[in-house]
Design a protein around this ligand. Structure first.
Ligand SMILES: [Zn+2]
Length: 186
């Protein structure tokens, strides 16, 4: 094992210049310098030109680019709020607030007129984290992202996918959502 593989960084530590590498998980760029965001092992991917820092402790914060599972808690005209419970398949000790802007919902821009037609309170969504610090901004603008589990707003039963909509197996109600590929699995 080379010395470099055991390189350890603390938050704020200089890792290199931005022309050399892109910041990966656990790293960030500031004034064209890359620095560590967490305490951990420095990993330099020379093929993809990415430097990242793997934290020593288990993940306790949503990381930029992470895939999270969140539950929608509020739907307004322009934003939806959620609580993030799972980050990259690991449960968080405490949930974090995640915000979805109307522009981060549909795969094509301008498709969303009413967030309510795509997301509702209580929906489980699979989303990607766009930034590094709270409040976390989320996106579901990808076929793999979106609602993964939703309940019927009339009777509360779990909705089943049916084409581009969701239907209730108990009362027959049909609802619209921004459905993720692989709906039904968290
Ligand atoms: Zn129903």
């Amino acid at each position: 094992m080379s010395r470099e593989l055991r390189e350890v960084a603390v938050p704020g530590e200089y890792l290199g210049v931005a022309e050399e590498f892109l910041p990966g998980p656990g790293a960030y760029e500031s004034d064209y310098r890359l620095r560590a965001a967490v305490i951990g092992q420095v990993l330099r991917d020379r093929i993809n030109k990415v430097v990242s820092v793997r934290p020593f402790k288990a993940v306790t914060l949503p990381q930029q680019g992470a895939i999270v599972i969140a539950v929608i808690t509020e739907v307004r005209e322009d934003i939806a709020r959620s609580k993030i419970y799972i980050v990259n398949n690991l449960p968080l000790k405490y949930p974090f607030t995640g915000i979805l802007h109307a522009t981060q919902i549909a795969e094509k821009t301008g498709e969303v007129k009413q967030i309510y037609e795509h997301l509702r309170i209580g929906d489980f969504v699979r989303a990607r984290v766009l930034n590094r610090t709270p409040p976390y901004l989320l996106t579901i603008r990808d076929p793999k992202l979106g609602v993964v589990l939703a309940s019927c707003s009339k009777c509360g039963a779990t909705l089943k996918p049916s084409g581009d909509k969701l239907t209730c197996p108990q009362c027959g109600n049909t609802e619209k959502r921004k459905i993720a590929q692989g709906y039904g699995k968290l």
